[in-house]
Design a protein around this ligand. Structure first.
Ligand SMILES: Cc1ncc(COP(=O)(O)O)c(C=O)c1O
Length: 367
């Protein structure tokens, strides 16, 4: 009888709640206003001959490497950061190995680690301590079997960041492990550990065009490390992993820095307004450096998601993430979207408090 590998059979199916997303999309941390007009112009100029050919990644990879101040040998374009994580797991993990993640975090680390048959070690960040990066527990979890450590910085769904000193301690403590620093939300934070690549052969940095650049549908990400490590990873990737349309658009996307900086400015301003409003409304939340904020609504968190949806705003229930009982994550968009959100927030909270039972957990200072 045909049988999938045990590591695959025991995997849980993952179905992101993407269907029926009519409304303002504040649920998936996407860009909510669309990509640069230069990218759209490029799309309109695509000719059939371009689509008929297999994609050639190399020249665009050179341009992206230059954009990041790296050499082309250090950079691999991937089918989203998702593929970068998949490739890393496939390159470094096998049965008997251990991979460490800090939870709550981005769900695909777990999926791709488990596919390899390696053992997943989840180190918890404590919500009561502001989901601060648990450096000491992570260092204590490293052992001779550790082959991969995945860290999202800023983290999803908390929006919290890791100090560079803590990253340095991890990199030094695990020289035989691939340490992925996933900078998917870099643009909204502004700090990167790319300059550390020179010093640490075990460091991998990921970036995406899915968030600030508004290209989630094109599926393009970047994985960067030292040239020797990237040589191994390149063997794992299909030469055609990034499609011609994505490749054609990428140079236009990185050329329009005004578009990205304008969008990021609006998101940062919106993030600050939303956090102030949550403080005023006594809703516990965690200070975020990304394009979303995680808040704790409590027992009525699903009612809150429904009340927002009734006002045409989609937000994401995160209550099943470790340490996130009663939590909702809200993406921050443009000034106009923030205005809609700020109008709906107090209305929905008011609606919940007028139903029976406590609407919110006891008010606490923002974390
Ligand atoms: C931390 C983190 N990494 C990676 C991704 C996925 O990025 P991509 O769309 O490039 O696959 C996400 C998406 O939500 C994310 O939150």
């Amino acid at each position: 009888m045909l049988k999938a590998r045990e590591a695959v059979r025991s995997l849980k199916e993952y179905h992101p709640p993407l269907s029926g997303r009519a409304g303002l999309r504040l649920d998936f941390n996407e860009n909510v206003s669309g990509c640069s007009p230069r990218v759209l112009a490029k799309l309109r100029r695509l000719v059939p001959d371009r689509l008929a050919r297999y994609p050639e990644r190399q020249s665009v990879e050179h341009a992206v490497a230059e954009f990041l101040n790296l050499s082309a040998e250090q950079v691999l374009l991937t089918n989203g950061v998702d593929e970068g994580i998949h490739l890393l797991c496939g390159t470094y993990l096998q049965q008997g190995d251990e991979a460490i993640i800090v939870v709550p975090t981005f769900g695909m680390y777990e999926v791709f680690v488990q596919q390899t048959g390696a053992c997943l070690v989840a180190v918890a960040a404590d919500p009561e301590c502001g989901f601060v990066f648990p450096t000491a527990s992570l260092l204590a979890a490293i052992n001779q079997k550790t082959r991969l450590i995945a860290i999202a910085n800023p983290n999803n769904p908390t929006g919290r960041v890791v100090d560079q000193d803590d990253l340095l301690r991890v990199l030094k403590a695990a020289p035989a492990a691939a340490v992925l620093v996933d900078e998917a939300y870099y643009d909204f934070y502004g700090e990167t550990c790319l300059p550390l690549l020179e010093q640490f052969p075990n460091l991998f940095v990921a970036r995406t065009f899915s968030k600030a650049y508004g290209l989630a549908g094109l599926r393009v990400g970047i994985l960067a490390s030292q040239a020797a490590a990237m040589k191994q990873l390149r063997k794992m990737a299909s030469p055609y992993n990034v499609n011609v349309v994505a490749l054609a658009c990428l140079e236009s996307a990185i050329a329009d820095s005004d578009y990205v900086s304008g969008y990021v400015r609006e998101v940062r301003a919106g993030r600050s307004l939303v956090q102030k409003e949550l403080q005023r409304l006594h809703v516990p939340f965690w200070h975020s450096q990304a394009n979303f904020v995680l808040l704790r609504i409590g027992d009525k968190c699903l009612d809150f998601v429904r009340a927002m949806r009734a006002r045409g705003i989609l937000v994401r229930d995160r209550s099943s993430d470790p340490g996130c009982a009663g939590c909702v994550r809200i993406t921050i968009g443009t000034a106009a979207h923030t205005a809609m959100l700020l109008k709906a927030l107090p209305e929905c909270l008011q609606e919940l408090s007028s139903c029976s039972g406590p609407a919110l957990p006891p008010a606490k200072a923002a974390m």
